[in-house]
Ligand binder design. Sequence first.
Ligand code: FAD
Length: 250
Amino acid sequence: MDIFREPRVTLIARPQFLEPAHLPVQWLGEGSDGERLAEYAGRLCYMSQRNPIHRTTAEYLENIKKQGHGSVLEHSVYVLLIEGISRSCSHELVRHRAGFGYSQISQRYVDESHAAFVVPPAILGDPALESDWERQVAAAQAAYVRAVEGLMERYAWIADKVHRRKLAREAARSVLPNATEVKIVVSGNARAWRTMLELRCGEGAELEIRRMAIAGLRVLQREASALFSDFEIYVADDKLDAARVTYHKV
Ligand SMILES: Cc1cc2nc3c(=O)[nH]c(=O)nc-3n(C[C@H](O)[C@H](O)[C@H](O)COP(=O)(O)OP(=O)(O)OC[C@H]3O[C@@H](n4cnc5c(N)ncnc54)[C@H](O)[C@@H]3O)c2cc1C
């Protein structure tokens, strides 16, 4: 049985900015395509392409966040592949609607007989709790396998094997635990990511989604620091990472 003890978050798509030759910006400082795109959109609003205040991209975007002019951040979309999170964690994640798109593994089509499971952070490191949890999860997976077999027999009269398997798996999944691992592709614009990260990196968030959000924040900060630099990661009283943000819900 494969067990995840932390999520894996991978950036799989980023913006590509194509600057129009007839309306260029006088850039200062470094900037990724996603950051330039947001700056470009912001400057268009006031036709300030000549950069009269001589701001670097980082300074410009800092001011955008400070002013709460968050709509210009919506142009820059980042796509993350998130693996090693539980079904309950992904359920919390998909509650974030505005500016997000999701594609998640289908338990109707995919055989979960060898699914991996995610240990809740609160259980990690306690051998007794961990081994009890592993026993429960293994028993649930065995029940799933038995249910699929039984359902395949019950519906043997259905000639289309793909349809029969789907019918079996969609019913058998009801015995799988919330801890079942999920893989999900998440597209979000920078404004949407910021709102989600603010809510889920905080100490009030459930521990697993907090761990996932921190991992996502690290990826996004590496990719586009000017869009996410005002998030500060710190070790909270519970000895786990959390993050606070300077500019709330821009
Ligand atoms: C610590 C914590 C505990 C939680 N506990 C629970 C719980 O017990 N039960 C539960 O059901 N959920 C719970 N949630 C989920 C929560 O209710 C939200 O569904 C989730 O945080 C997504 O937030 P959102 O709706 O602001 O996000 P999004 O859907 O991404 O929306 C972002 C923002 O866009 C605007 N917006 C989006 N949709 C609309 C709309 N239809 N109309 C007007 N404005 C809109 C709002 O300003 C909103 O804040 C919890 C969340 C957290 C962080």
